[in-house]
Ligand binder design. Structure first.
Ligand SMILES: [Zn+2]
Length: 282
C-alpha cells in the first residue's frame, strides 16, 4: 500500500482537515465528528445499542444525530473506501483515506465523546484545543514516538471502533479533572502566556502549564495519537483487503482532474469565508 500512499502523502496531509472545513458549509457534517456518550447514562453505556439500526429504533435518527454519530460514520467511511478500492478509483481512494483518518482521529480524542466538549459546563473553556492542539504542537516533535509498527486486519470494525470510543469516554473524566486540579496550582499569569503561533502573538496556555498537564495525564495525548495512527493504518489496510487486494502501483501517479481541483477550491473558499461552524463548534 506504500506504493500508493507514499507518493501522495502531501495530499493526505492537506485533505485530512477537509471534514472540519466542511463544517462551515454543511449542517449535517458536525455530528459526524463526535458522540456525547454521557447522554446515554454511565460507562459502559449499555443502554446505547452499538448497531445503527437498533440505535435508531430505540432513540430515533434525529436524536442520535443531535448527540453525535462518529462511531457509525467511521463505518460508513470504511464502506466507501472499500468500494473505492474495489473500483480502483484513485480520487475516491485518496479522498476517503484522508477523511476516514480525520474521523478516526476525532474518535480517539476523549473530549469528542463528552457533551462537556470544551469544558463549557465546568468553567474550563479552551480545554478542547488545549488537549488536541496545544499539547501536541508543543511536544509531539520533541518527544512523542509515532513509530507504531504494522497495521492489522480488523475483522470486526464495529467492535474495534466502539472499543476506542469507550476508552475515550472513560478518559474524558481525567482530561477535565486533571486540568481543574492543575488550575489550582497555577496563578493566572503563569497559566497563560503570550506566545507566537503562525506568526501571530496570541494568548495561550503557557509552555509550563502545558508540560505540567501532559505529565499529569501521563502522556495520554501521545498514547491516543499512537493508537489513532495504528487505527487509521489498519482501517486503510482492512478496506484494501476487503476490496480483494487490488494492485495499487499503477494508480500511484494519477492526478486530480480540474473538476476535482475546483471542488477542493470551493471547499476552501467556503471555509475561509464562513464566519462560523454550523452546529457544534470544536
Ligand atoms: Zn473533526
Amino acid at each position: 500500500m506504500m506504493l500508493l500512499y507514499k507518493p501522495n502523502i502531501s495530499f493526505l496531509e492537506e485533505h485530512a482537515t477537509d471534514p472540519d472545513k466542511r463544517r462551515y458549509a454543511v449542517l449535517e457534517e458536525a455530528p459526524r465528528h463526535y458522540i456525547d456518550m454521557d447522554r446515554y447514562g454511565k460507562y459502559p453505556f449499555d443502554g446505547l445499542p452499538r448497531k445503527w439500526k437498533d440505535a435508531v429504533e430505540k432513540f430515533s435518527e434525529d436524536s442520535l444525530k443531535a448527540h453525535g454519530i462518529v462511531p457509525w460514520h467511521i463505518q460508513v467511511m470504511l464502506n466507501r473506501l472499500t468500494f473505492a478500492f474495489a473500483k480502483k478509483d484513485f480520487i475516491a481512494i485518496m479522498k476517503n483515506s484522508a477523511e476516514i483518518g480525520h474521523y478516526i482521529g476525532d474518535a480517539h480524542v476523549p473530549l469528542h465523546t463528552s457533551s462537556n466538549h470544551n469544558g463549557q459546563f465546568t468553567n474550563q473553556r479552551g480545554i478542547h484545543g488545549f488537549w488536541e492542539s496545544r499539547v501536541p504542537e508543543l511536544l509531539a516533535e520533541k518527544q512523542f514516538d509515532f513509530l507504531i509498527g504494522k497495521a492489522d486486519y480488523i475483522s470486526n470494525p464495529s467492535d474495534f471502533i466502539w472499543n476506542r470510543i469507550m476508552e475515550s469516554a472513560k478518559a474524558s473524566d481525567s482530561v477535565l479533572l486533571f486540568e481543574k486540579e492543575l488550575n489550582k496550582q497555577f496563578r493566572e499569569d503563569r497559566k497563560y502566556a503570550f506566545e507566537e503561533r503562525n506568526g501571530k502573538i496570541i494568548k495561550q496556555y503557557s509552555s509550563a502549564y502545558t508540560i505540567a498537564y501532559n505529565n499529569k495525564l501521563d502522556d495520554m495525548v501521545e498514547r491516543r495519537m499512537r493508537q489513532s495512527i495504528y487505527a487509521v493504518a489498519s482501517f486503510w489496510y482492512t478496506a484494501w483487503i476487503n476490496a480483494g487486494q487490488p494492485y495499487l502501483k499503477e494508480l500511484a501517479h494519477q492526478h486530480f482532474s480540474i473538476e476535482e481541483q475546483k471542488s477542493f477550491d470551493s471547499l476552501n473558499m467556503q471555509w475561509r469565508e464562513g464566519s462560523r461552524m454550523l452546529g457544534r463548534e470544536e
